[in-house]
Design a protein around this ligand. Sequence first.
Ligand SMILES: Nc1ncnc2c1ncn2[C@@H]1O[C@H](COP(=O)(O)OP(=O)(O)OP(=O)(O)O)[C@@H](O)[C@H]1O
Length: 644
Amino acid sequence: MEAEQKGNNLLNTPANLSEIARELLSSETIKRKCKDLGLQYADAQPLIEEYATAVRADELPYMRKSVVEDAMRDEKPIDRFLLPGLYQFILDTKKDLVDAPNFRTLMTLSDLRTPSEWFPQARAMKRKIIMHVGPTNSGKTYSALKCFEKAETGAYAGPLRLLAHDVYEKLNNNGASCNLLTGEERRESDNVYKWSCTVEMTPLNRNLDIAVIDEIQMISDEQRGWAWTNALLGACAKEVHLCGEATAVPLVKRICALMGEEVTVHTYNRLTPLHIEVKGNGSSFSNIQPGDCVVTFSRKNIFAIRKKIEGFATMKAAVIYGSLPPETRAEQAKLFNDPNNNHRILVASDAIGMGLNLNIRRIVFETVSKFNGKRTVPLTVSQIKQIAGRAGRFKTQYPIGTVSTLHNGDMAAVRRALGVENPPPLPSAGIHPSLEQIQSLADELPNETFAGLLDQFEQLSRLDGDFFLCNLHQQKDIANLIQSIELSLSDRYTLVNAPASADEGILSEAFVRFATCVSTGEECNLKDYVTLPHAPAQSSELLKVLEAHHKVILLYLWLSYRFPSIFSDSDTASHLKRVCEDLINSSLDKLHDPRVKQKVDSGKSWGKKQFEKRKTVNINEWPSFLEKKKNKLLHKLEERESMT
Ligand SMILES: Nc1ncnc2c1ncn2[C@@H]1O[C@H](COP(=O)(O)OP(=O)(O)OP(=O)(O)O)[C@@H](O)[C@H]1O
């Protein structure tokens, strides 16, 4: 199915713009949609050609040539991508041809060309927009946070729970009281009017002195960009400070111009020098030294590289990757940063790019390409800069950063990327359907499933060139997963936007059960769904299971704030979260044990086999499963002893 999907994407993605008319004319989706509109295909063909010509000539404000080229580079199925623009084109040029009765209503409902009007409270204010832009380690966030600290009321919005916690703790330690607001956790005190939040949780309805929106370049993120767009458009603050890459400046200026707001830009330079080595490390880990961070992009590679490095060095290596809970990442960062600890080396993915203070002497890229979900592609200039920039942090043990690669042949790509002065500006900002928009669509299309409504929304939505509709794949997958469960539209909307994915076994199983509790209104006890083992995981596969349990616990906590009477046991959930994090930490430590590593790598470990079987075992059965396994091993030992 997945292969088929990939195949289709490639088939529907032309190599260059001159081929789009041909692609549109041969598209089954376009043929079907013309029929839905009551358009004879013979009438539609010349229109499609005219539309393709207008796109190529960059004449359509709602379908800019640069945005189409970006979509082609990302291998998006171009017929579906161009469809909303085609609707608009037909409506503008030949509306008499269209006779589908509810087409016009649907088009009005999915008119997303003026997102700034969605936030009237913010539009009624006179806001100052101040951008702090510069490379990693240039002190831009530091400056914005100083203003936040001094303000009476305000919000900091960051991309990660870890960052929100960091700012919350820093401010409270400095005597500037601050609340914490993330999807999974709220710590609020009376008479405290400053919030440190994850960006999705930014309090948009409060009048504030200041809002700091961190990592503003994420406004173009395919999945989460909408949260930055909403924060930028909707923050009711007298001063809105935006920190991030300079690539965001033109887009932010265009969006602010729509609102009649001026933007002041402060540019920062790196606070510490960044030295690029002359050649790579000859494909060998023998030269890895204290303070080095080896960067690679798969979890499997991270563990394999750690094993190799520990084979050469007497030191241990800490590890950081995306699916580790942020708390564990912070714990591993602490081990690495502590000069008195033996974890003097770090093996990490690009998860180090944001949110962690790391005392890195040298970044060593093990590879300069990364799998993008479809295929392996070279790292972008921005990715290389962001990762390399983590070396050499101001006022730390290593004030001069160094960058290198494992393989000599990769040095040229790194040198080239770091030499790019002005990477291409961001093309557009993400947006996301609101509950009200989906509700109106559902009123028009009462027989449509929720995933079908999202599909319709994607196909009908009309945007201008500065905005794009964020990827709704994850939401559609969850919507399909829970389609058979009876739920109100607003509960379904909440659930599909939960921070979870439908393709992770343990998590999706728990998701269905949680959604069932929402449907029946029955109280949900987390202990019925998560039973943690008593001992750390002994293989990286079992560690993965623990990571999945951590996600289930986080999902419960997230739901406990949306459906408090159903997911009411947040104390137990918080307790289990800590236990799970401790287990993950000690598992990472256990995996240093050479005996265990050997077993894992030969693929014959006790842990791996157990995991294979565990795929069909309910998580509640883990302890008894372990017990059975232990008895079996004891029995084998007894047998062996009796033979000798
Ligand atoms: N004026 C300053 N005085 C003391 N420390 C500073 C100052 N400016 C920056 N720093 C410290 O330097 C480090 C980098 O600053 P900051 O996090 O603001 O950089 P940044 O440009 O936002 O980079 P990143 O994207 O990596 O967060 C931080 O540890 C910060 O506390």
